[in-house]
Design a protein around this ligand. Structure first.
Ligand SMILES: *Cc1c(COP(=O)(O)O)cnc(C)c1O
Length: 397
C-alpha cells in the first residue's frame, strides 16, 4: 500500500499552484479532513448517493461472459446505472456538499466529452447554485448534445479556444477562473487529478464503489475477489474501485488505459506505460510529454480517456507494483463494446469497454474458482453513433 505523506503519494502529488490559490487549497483541505469524520456530512452524502444517484449500484454476475470465456467468474460493478449514467456523480455530490460547507455559491468545472460537466450542472441545479463549465472549443463542436444538456440544467458553457481547444485547455481555463473568483467559487475537479487535496478527495468520494463491491461479493461468494479491473483516464473510477482492496495484496488491481491506435503508433493516451515524470495541472505525476516537458497531443477513440496525465496515486501504485496498468487499443475496446452488448445485453461506455476488453483477456488466464470484478464506469448510449462511425455506418445519412 502507498503511504500518503504530506499531500504526496510516494514521490507523486503535491500542490503546484499559483501562490494566490494556496490559502484556498488549505481551506479546502481543512474542510475535507473535517467532513470525513462529520456525521452530518456523511449522512447527507450517503442520503444523496442513495436517494438521488440511485446507489448502491448492482454487482451483477455476468454468467454468459463467464461461460463463454471459460476462465474466472466475472462480476460487473454497474456504475452505468447511476443517475447521469456514470460514476462521476459520486464525486460531484461530495465536492458540491463541501462547496456548500465553505459557503460557496458558484460551481465551476472542466469537461472533455461533457460527462463531468453534465454531472456538475445536475448537482448545481439540485443545490440551486450558479454553474459555469469550461469546455474545449473542439469538444463543444463535437459534443453539442451535452452542451445543450448542460444549458438545459441551467449551466453556462464556456468554449475554450486556447491550445488545442481540448480537455487540458479547459482545465487551465477553470484554474484561472478559480484563482480570480475563489471567494464565491468552488472548482469541482472531475477526476483523481490536480493539486492536493483533490486526488485524495476524489479517492474518498469514489471509494463508495469498492466499499459496496466488497460487501456485495462477500455476501454472494463469501470471499474477496482475485482481481479488480477498471478503466483509467485521470483515474477516478479506478481508484474508487481499488480503494477498499488496497490493503489486501491477494486482490490484484488492474487499470486499463487507452492505447489508442497502439502503443507504438504515436496516437495514444497510455500515460502510465509511455509517460514520464513531470509537473502539470498542479500535481507531480506521469505525463505524456516531449523532452522539454511540453505536454503531448493525446489520442483515443474514447473522449473520457484522452487525458495526457494520470492521478498521482496511480503513478505511485504503478511505481510500487501494487497495481498494474495495461493499454487497450481502440479496436479492442470497440470489439469489447460489441461483445458485452451481445453477450450480456449491456451497452457499456466506450471508456468502460477498455476495462471489459482487459477482463476478457485476464479471465481466460484464470480458473473457474477465481473471481474478477470489472467496473462498468458508465453507460454507452453516448457512444453508439461513434462506434457505428468506426464500423463505417453513418447514422446521419
Ligand atoms: C469520465 C469517464 C471516465 C474516465 O475518468 P476516470 O477519472 O478515469 O474514471 C471513464 N468512464 C466514464 C464512463 C467516464 O464518464
Amino acid at each position: 500500500m502507498t503511504e500518503k505523506v504530506d499531500n504526496r503519494f510516494g514521490m507523486y502529488g503535491g500542490q503546484f499552484v499559483p501562490e494566490a490559490l494556496m490559502p484556498e487549497l488549505i481551506r479546502l483541505q481543512d474542510a475535507f479532513e473535517a467532513c470525513k469524520h462529520d456525521d452530518d456530512f456523511q449522512r447527507e452524502f450517503h442520503r444523496l448517493l442513495n436517494d438521488y444517484a440511485g446507489r448502491p449500484s448492482l454487482l451483477y454476475y455476468a454468467k454468459n461472459m463467464t461461460e463463454d470465456l471459460g476462465g474466472a467468474k466475472i462480476y460487473l460493478k454497474r456504475e452505468d446505472l447511476n443517475h447521469t449514467g456514470a460514476h462521476k456523480i459520486n464525486n460531484v455530490i461530495g465536492q458540491a456538499l463541501l462547496a456548500k460547507r465553505l459557503g460557496k455559491t458558484r460551481l465551476i468545472a472542466e469537461t472533455g466529452a461533457g460527462q463531468h460537466g453534465v454531472a456538475t450542472a445536475t448537482i448545481a441545479a439540485l443545490f440551486g447554485m450558479d454553474c459555469e463549465i469550461y469546455m474545449g472549443k473542439q469538444d463543444t463542436d463535437r459534443q453539442r448534445l451535452n452542451v445543450y444538456r448542460m444549458e438545459l440544467l441551467g449551466a453556462k458553457v464556456v468554449p475554450v479556444t486556447d491550445g488545442q481547444g481540448l480537455l487540458k485547455d479547459a482545465v487551465n481555463a477553470a484554474l484561472a477562473d478559480w484563482a480570480q473568483h475563489a471567494a464565491d467559487t468552488f472548482y469541482v475537479i472531475g477526476s483523481a487529478v490536480g493539486p492536493a487535496p483533490y486526488p485524495a478527495m476524489v479517492h474518498e468520494f469514489q471509494s463508495v464503489i469498492s466499499k459496496e463491491s466488497r460487501q456485495q461479493i462477500l455476501q454472494v461468494e463469501g470471499r474477496l475477489p482475485d482481481a479488480i479491473v477498471a478503466c483509467c483516464g485521470g483515474g477516478s473510477n479506478a481508484i474508487g474501485s481499488f480503494a477498499d482492496y488496497l490493503d489486501k495484496p491477494s486482490v490484484k488491481l488492474y487499470g486499463a488505459e487507452a492505447a489508442g491506435q497502439g502503443l507504438a503508433s504515436g496516437k495514444t493516451a497510455a500515460t502510465l506505460e509511455l509517460g514520464s515524470d513531470g509537473i502539470f495541472h498542479g500535481m507531480a505525476s506521469k505525463f505524456l510529454q516531449n523532452q522539454d516537458g511540453q505536454i503531448a497531443k493525446v489520442y483515443s477513440i474514447s473522449a473520457g480517456l484522452d487525458y495526457p496525465g494520470i492521478g498521482p496515486e496511480h503513478a505511485a501504485l504503478q511505481a510500487s507494483g501494487r497495481a498494474t496498468y495495461v493499454g487497450i487499443t481502440d479496436e479492442e475496446a470497440v470489439q469489447a463494446f460489441e461483445y458485452i452488448a451481445r453477450k450480456e445485453g449491456i451497452i457499456a461506455a466506450i471508456e468502460s469497454s477498455h476495462a471489459v476488453a482487459y477482463t476478457e483477456k485476464l479471465a481466460k488466464t484464470m480458473t473457474p474458482d477465481q473471481i474478477i470484478i470489472c467496473t462498468l464506469s458508465g453507460r454507452g448510449d453516448k457512444d453508439v453513433a461513434q462506434v457505428a462511425n468506426y464500423r463505417g455506418v453513418d447514422l446521419h445519412d
